[in-house]
Design a protein around this ligand. Sequence first.
Ligand SMILES: *[C@@H]1O[C@H](CO)[C@@H](O)[C@H](O)[C@H]1NC(C)=O
Ligand SMILES: *[C@@H]1O[C@H](CO)[C@@H](O)[C@H](O)[C@H]1NC(C)=O
Ligand SMILES: *[C@@H]1O[C@H](CO)[C@@H](O)[C@H](O)[C@H]1NC(C)=O
Ligand SMILES: *[C@@H]1O[C@H](CO)[C@@H](O)[C@H](O)[C@H]1NC(C)=O
Ligand SMILES: *[C@@H]1O[C@H](CO)[C@@H](O)[C@H](O)[C@H]1NC(C)=O
Ligand SMILES: *[C@@H]1O[C@H](CO)[C@@H](O)[C@H](O)[C@H]1NC(C)=O
Ligand SMILES: *[C@@H]1O[C@H](CO)[C@@H](O)[C@H](O)[C@H]1NC(C)=O
Length: 573
Amino acid sequence: METRRPEEKTKFPTRKPRDNQDMGLRIPILFLCLSAWAAVARGEDPYLFFTWNITYGTVSPLGVPQQAILINGQFPGPNINSTSNNNIVVNVFNHLDEPFLITWNGVQQRKNSWQDGVLGTNCPIPPGKNYTYHFQVKDQIGSYFYYPSTAMHRAAGGFGGLRINSRLLIPVPYADPEDDYTVMIGDWYTKSHTQLKSFLDSGRALGRPDGVLINGKSNKSRGKDEPLFTMKPGKTYKYRICNVGLKNSLNFRIQDHPMKLVEMEGSHTVQNNYESLDVHVGQCFGVLVTADKKPKDYLMVASTRFTKTVLTTTAVVSYTNGKGQASPEIPKAPVGWAWSLNQFRSFRWNLTASAARPNPQGSYHYGHINITRTIKLVNSASKVNDKLRYAINGVSHEEPKTPLKLAEYYNVVDKVFKYNAIQDDPPATVGDKVTVEPNVANITFRTFVEIILENHENSIQSWHLDGYSFFAVAIEPGRWTPDKRKNYNLLDAVSRHTVPVFPKSWAAIMLTFDNAGIWNLRSELLERRYLGQQMYLSVLSPERSLRDEYNIPDNALLCGIVKDMPKPPPYSI
Ligand SMILES: *[C@@H]1O[C@H](CO)[C@@H](O)[C@H](O)[C@H]1NC(C)=O
Ligand SMILES: *[C@@H]1O[C@H](CO)[C@@H](O)[C@H](O)[C@H]1NC(C)=O
Ligand SMILES: *[C@@H]1O[C@H](CO)[C@@H](O)[C@H](O)[C@H]1NC(C)=O
Ligand SMILES: *[C@@H]1O[C@H](CO)[C@@H](O)[C@H](O)[C@H]1NC(C)=O
Ligand SMILES: *[C@@H]1O[C@H](CO)[C@@H](O)[C@H](O)[C@H]1NC(C)=O
Ligand SMILES: *[C@@H]1O[C@H](CO)[C@@H](O)[C@H](O)[C@H]1NC(C)=O
Ligand SMILES: *[C@@H]1O[C@H](CO)[C@@H](O)[C@H](O)[C@H]1NC(C)=O
């Protein structure tokens, strides 16, 4: 077996940003240049520094003013444009009146779950305080996004694009596009995040969203002919499309312009053309679009899938030499989820394209590795004490006051949570009875595990795992049985971080747990996650060695029972 990620010496992090509270947008670029220069001088990977002020502000994306969460005054937040191996330093100042964290959806944080920005790994940043995230985007390329992981904050914004470009020397399987556009699509509520949270806290469901946004606006708030993107005739553009919404899968399409899929969630794909793509919550696609049609305006469309009432929004894409408005006729969206399943099956890994390192993606023969453990996870919805809860294998996760990661590091797990509240192979009646408690499974470091995600419900599910990418080898209707393994794609399934599971269906994913840390496995549907449909996978490095995992960062915020405890001895080499 060849490994995809030979260990590389990591010098991280050795330097700190200058103590400067108000680096504006221009100053980080200056820093970037200086630090890139310094890094070359020292043979070190470049640093990108950001200072982010998180504040409330007012936006009217659906024509109604409402409270939003802004980053440096922006909604959506700024894009992070990085290259593999860059060190990213983001100093986040929480000016909200509630504790806050940002998670980097799909960024693997190798050896570094300390920076994952979820409540199981980090104490939230208290109001009026700041925390500096410090991480390296290692062994990854592709399109990602970040978002607030606390409370219902994502419903108010605080999200933005994060791209990881391939290093210059590593070939990318398509020509450099003329430009590179980030497209954040998502369903949207006009109610504030606090109102939505109080619905859920009082036991009610969220109900239907009020609309769909593209980059923070809808066709109600964007001028009719105001272009969102402009293309030069004959040129090819890359669009990175992510669904940052709360619950709805969205169909994305551009009038008259097929999209050539080149990347999804960090993998180069076989380059098929699509008229439209179903983008499930938490997913990102990278597509190429060529401006080779009549020079005029065209509509980019995002509309909800699998809903009785279809919510649609549009934005204008124009040609630089364009004359004429877009046709008001909106291209039809597909109907039913079988279409979406077929589309999933058409996605293939390009085995010969280089990965983040020069070796081809397909040199990692995941189909030849023996499975050491199979974990079946069944999602359910039910009432506990008259309130709606969502669960995995009958356990609805509740966050302890002390983050799980800190409990492990400080050796106080006994006082905070119990491992393995759920079974690997739940009975058929699972979900009939639900308990509310921390949901943490332990997994042996470096084992190859198969996870079956079984959806017995009538609605679509979207699962995401932090810290890893996994091979999504099958999605099928019905229930999983071991003999379904013969239908797995063991050759060129796409390595990715999010997978949809259609109603009354299952999905199988496979991965090697070679990234020590504690990692969030969650429903990306915010309502479900907030009400407990998430868990953590604890991958302990038995050695407490720096080869496997970084030490707790010096600036780590402390809370819960470890707040005033002496720091344990650091990991050793
Ligand atoms: C962040 O807020 C501080 C005041 O709290 C201000 O001085 C600074 O300019 C702001 N920085 C940015 C990047 O907006
Ligand atoms: C992103 O970074 C790459 C590599 O440094 C650079 O070539 C590109 O122009 C940047 N794109 C944007 C939009 O800043
Ligand atoms: C808060 O920001 C200051 C710089 O303004 C920095 O020195 C400090 O380390 C930050 N705090 C944390 C916990 O990262
Ligand atoms: C896969 O990548 C290779 C190598 O970069 C490229 O030449 C080829 O066109 C790609 N194949 C497909 C089917 O996209
Ligand atoms: C926005 O788009 C929807 C869907 O096409 C359409 O029904 C609606 O009339 C549009 N609204 C405005 C203000 O353009
Ligand atoms: C996988 O298991 C089979 C049968 O148990 C065994 O023959 C084979 O050597 C194993 N392969 C690897 C790569 O460990
Ligand atoms: C997982 O936890 C169980 C129960 O606490 C324990 O017996 C087992 O050794 C642990 N396994 C690993 C891989 O840590």
